[in-house]
Write a protein that binds this ligand. Sequence first.
Ligand code: ZN
Length: 254
Amino acid sequence: MADTVTLLLIAAAGMSTALGGISIVAIRRLTHRMHDTILGLGAGIMLGVSVFDLLLQLGEHSSEDWLLIAAGIVTGAAVITLLIVLIRKMPLPMPFVKNPTTVTTGAAFLLFIALLIHNLPEGLATGIGYGHGPTTFGNTIALSIAFQNVPEGLLVAVAVLAETGSKRAGFGYAVLSGAVEPAAGYIAYFTLSISPATVGVISGFAAGAMLAVVFFQMMPESHRHGYRVPATAALAAGVLLVVAMNLMLGQISF
Ligand SMILES: [Zn+2]
């Protein structure tokens, strides 16, 4: 049965982008170096969550369904890749291109869409983590996701602010980019509560989708301005952070 605490925790993890969004009150601009570092960190945390939490720990619990997990990984990666390719081909509305001095107009909306898609598997992961209620395992995933949502919300807010000159729009789009997380989280949570046997395939799907987002979208974007070294260092830090969190919360032992 769905309990309110679990549902609230899923919402809170996803909506932490709002915390990043509200930070534009203090931080109005980000250097390219900072932008690339934030993306690297987010990518590292996603890699950590997909490998250590979704695949290693859940895969262990459903060892007989390895074929289903594999099918989930392939499907998740394919669906996300297709989604990104299709969206890049679509003529997108650029709702807030108002500032003619911006170097690349429309970049903010593209970043918003990119982070929106990227938040789908993060929401799924949170919902899967809380599949058995507010457990330590669930908290480990939710904390990891919430942690990187803050700077990612700030990325969206700063980009939108640069194009519109409106802090309110910046904050609004940061919140909106995170809103897909609780939605995806609830889909995963309720699917698992109806049919617990789907845990392998859903975990595989979320992990595959995360890996696709990381390799197809975040890594190239984080290298675009030439700050590969700080982006790579941040990626390693992100993976380490997830491992450390799992160790501290007693989820894994070496
Ligand atoms: Zn993220």
